[in-house]
Design a protein around this ligand. Sequence first.
Ligand code: ADP
Length: 397
Amino acid sequence: MLRVGLTGGIGSGKSTVARRLVQRGAVLVDADALAREVVAAGTDGLAEVVEAFGPDVLGPDGELDRPALAGVVFGDDTARARLNGIIHPRVRGRTEELIAAAPPDAVLVQDIPLLVEAGMAAHFALVLVVHADVEERVRRLVELRGMPEADARARIAVQAGDEQRRAAADVWLDNSGDQDALRAAVDELWDTRLVPFEENLRSRRAVRGGAPRLVEPDPGWAAEGARLAARVAAAAGERGRGASHTGSTSVPGLVAKDVIDLQLGVESLADADALRDALQDAGFPHRPDIVADNPKPEGSAPWPKRCHQSADPGRVVHLHVREVGSPGWRYALLFRDWMRADPAARDEYAALKRALADRHRDDPDAGGYAEAKEPWFDAALPRAEEWAAATGWVPVP
Ligand code: ADP
């Protein structure tokens, strides 16, 4: 099962996207619909609301009188918290039931208007954000949904802004065009990313990076690394000891393969093994064939680790799980920090990469390329250590 979080500002086209995904075969869990369902007429949820806020919030038809309730909780944080305390646990319970009832090969889409505001993004294997400019959203809400303009603007004002949503988005679906363009974009996403992602997850198959193809440094890598590290940390829970973006894409300005390397610290490799399924469910299948790093310098015993890689065909990720304080854990942080601090060293490494990537162009899995870089790393290690000693560097994940 692939769990997708779907969000976007009001009027962005989220429900339209959700409907198309359902037509293509997704299982939808609609948070707004559940929030209404758990306080529908005759439910124990509604009984609790009436008990908390008095009989005036009940309409003559036995349904919740929403405007009356809104009047009671408006501007009263205690009352709002009390209401949320009734509704949220019930929505969570229903969500869990629906997830449990979904088939094991489902692409499960959770439509959650306030996903970003509620800090839930890291709990999905993929976050899909639907975007349209504020003015276009106001226009649609007023013209197509009959909302008074002031209401539309007031609702937009209390939601997250584009920057926050962009930081949470694995997929940014631009809905500035017409509905046909939106449908085509959703269909392409379904066919080329969601369906293969789900298949990869179910069969525990990682996406391979393939031959070494260097790309120019992407200013978006840092945000992507942070987002993916947060997902890994959420999956690891209490067993995690810090997840961070490492490797070449974590160094601004460094040419790199388009791979996000992540390091998850753990107390012991037994903990890493205990985390295997949680990491797999979060979108990162285990690579049982990769059990160690090459030691630096060469010749000493290999540095044991666990390795997971992304199942998302839209993003290659190498997730290295290492013991906190082990040489491999320390080394990943040392090289990142040294390269960030020393542009000359970074550029020297970039030049080497360009030469080697060219030479190993036809190398199917980049193994020869990686091996050919080792001597440079061995030679560079004393310089990195000198820098660490001179600056009083300590490893911080
Ligand atoms: P949300 O669920 O994000 O609030 P909706 O999917 O309900 O947004 O879309 C808001 C309104 O805009 C709806 O009436 C919808 O039919 C319409 N709409 C969605 N996408 C487009 C589009 N690309 N062009 C024109 N109208 C659109």
